[in-house]
Design a binder for this molecule. Sequence first.
Ligand code: SF4
Length: 553
Amino acid sequence: WERRFGSDETAVLQRLHDTTVRHGRVDRRDLHAIAEEFRLPVAAVAGAAGFYADFGGEHGTRHVRICAGTSCFVSAGDHTAPLAEAALGVAPGRTSADGSVSLAEVHCLGYCYASPTALDGHTPITGPDLGARLLDTEHPAAAAPAIPYRVAGREAVVLAGLVGAERSWQVWPHVVTAVPPGAVRAEVALAGLRGRGGAEFPVAEKWRSAARGPAPRFVVANGDEGDPGSFCDRLLMESDPDRVLEGLALAAFATGASRGAVFVRSEYPVAVARMRAAVDAARAAGHLGRGVHGSSFDFDVEVVEGAGSYVAGEETALLHALQGLRGGVRPRPPYPTESGLAERPTAVNNVETLAAVPWVLRHGGGNYARLGNRTETGTKLVCLSQRFRHPGVYEVEFGVPLRHIVENLGGGLKPGFRLRALQIGGPLGGFVSPDDLDVPLLAGALTEAGVALGHGSLVAIDDQIAARELLQHVWRFAAAESCGACTPCRVGTRRGQELAAHFPAGSEQILSQHEKLLEVMSVGSLCAFGRGVPAAVRSLLRVYRDELTSGDS
Ligand code: SF4
């Protein structure tokens, strides 16, 4: 991008990561050195260092992250942290006195199909014997199970490369040399492709808007898959990074962008490494660089590692993070397509969205539009959590009933468990009861049912999970991940935690007190996070109303 302060700020987060690894923490001297290197005000670097969870506190030589996501909560209750603490001898958020080990709690490591989970350095450890395996440093941990995936619709679109239906980088050389950018946008418009990150915004419209602005323009792949319960972007970035990159290259061509970035959350270290290797390979193969495949189109990509912030997945916050700033949101308009990175037109698309684009260009927008539903076309990846008999990623067509996904694909719950609720779309999505599974998988229908599709995660909540504990879990996540920029969300999420912890059992009061709070948050919050939490909490109160008001919670 253009150099705002005379240096490339995308490297600021990386430098803070490197410093944390080298020194265990970021101190005043480090802040000054980084500020000088990037010709930034020290306050800007200090602001970023103070914002992201990865740079908070001290890291031991051995740094262990434990997952506090919803699937891990369902499979192990609140026991994961005490198990890890007992094994390592250090509390979450602390470092041992000799600096040899530190423990951090994070909201989702993307192993929801095999919960509970910890990440020991870059090594995932999953399963109920997690504590024992953290303790056993003599024996290397067995490899975590790979993500199971399956195409359950008529066509493999996003998973086409993974199931061997087609290879990546087949469309790109032809498109960049022989197809006008407007025709690429028209094909994607014909497909009816919408953003899969949760916003459902028409992709072609976003690209048209970015293409209208002045050059230089930028494109960004959003791989900050923060929704606890989702792991499909991790699957794509780790197992088919070429497809994501080809989609990003096509997005760049359609918008006339000369540079791109893939923003990958730091909880996915393998994805970071594989995306970087894929960029190197794509450069070597001539897919990226100057005059790509003999055309007049220049395009290059860099991979930027996030630093532990849920809110940074929101696109305006993500753009701040990419520029090495605090990952706070800003009001829109202006939209990133008008003023994004370095105040230039920038199209931000989710990883799953981009992974569908090569198929659309190869098979035609009309063929894509024939999949799914008339109003919501194409396919969606859905992620089924550990409590299902057959957890994993499934590519389904829009419009299939939830019941089909839960019962036929997921096979219901593992023996010994009964489905009590289904959490859809992560913490900002919501809960439905087993009686509501005839709702089709459509963003519109789910909104009518009081939940949001989000990124397509389905976390099975079994009947052994107490309603009050689930409510506390949801509020704990909201309070931990609120960026704090606006009062209704910052204070409201803490008040929600207090309500959930202290309301008197067997009283309707919990509902009325919550309603007042949720109203303030949904009206007054600045971004989709603070406005989304209330709907999710309302759905939980609805599904668990009897337990919460009868005292059985
Ligand atoms: Fe930050 Fe929450 Fe306000 Fe969004 S709603 S800006 S996450 S404090």
